[in-house]
Design a protein around this ligand. Sequence first.
Ligand SMILES: C[S@@+](CC[C@H](N)C(=O)[O-])C[C@H]1O[C@@H](n2cnc3c(N)ncnc32)[C@H](O)[C@@H]1O
Length: 210
Amino acid sequence: MKSHTLSRRCAYDRGYAQTTQFWSGRPGSLVQHLVEGLRVSPMSAVDLGCGEGANAQYLSERGTRVLAIDLSEIALDRARQRPKTEQVTWKCADAMDIEVPVQSIDLVVGYGLLHCLRDRAECAELIRRAYDWLMPGGYVIAVCFNGRKHERFSDAHPGFAPLLLSHEEVRSLFHRFAVIYAEDADLVEIHPDLDVQHSHSLSKIIARKQ
Ligand SMILES: C[S@@+](CC[C@H](N)C(=O)[O-])C[C@H]1O[C@@H](n2cnc3c(N)ncnc32)[C@H](O)[C@@H]1O
């Protein structure tokens, strides 16, 4: 692995190591919206930064083949124990390093990933690759922190300095796609490791390759 990968791994591993379950276990609202609201049934997907696997499990239960990637072995060990994930291949890797055949999948999910990358250029490179992996008509779902407003960030995520692009910058990463949903939202949450109520501003994007 590259050296920057090793330092990136620490961002969420600390929280994973201090809990038996860090995330809620429920799939992300945009994944549900795509499948249940827009009635899209992806045959195959890549879940980048899959964490404890809720999105991959949800998709697998609905017949989607999923390649689910994360840097954290702790999170992946939990994800591998999820039921009904026969359709998921779990892999410990850096999202920036994976190889996916061109035009071979119809959904890329990056739920909470982009703010873990180094800079806007790296985000742009990842979205460019995702565009190549997707078949025409395929979708990308991206949710990430943006720079508008965070409360008690460092109390809830000590030592974590995420990338904070503006909502407009996040949206502009998808300039090659048709953006069909874009929201600059607020999220209030409490993680089980530190029990600190805090809030994030989040960019939530669904985009479609034309
Ligand atoms: C905010 S969490 C979201 C987890 C999951 N997607 C969810 O929604 O529950 C971000 C995840 O991305 C992973 N991650 C961060 N940088 C990564 C990278 N470069 N490649 C792969 N995974 C990464 C972290 O280990 C963490 O599990």
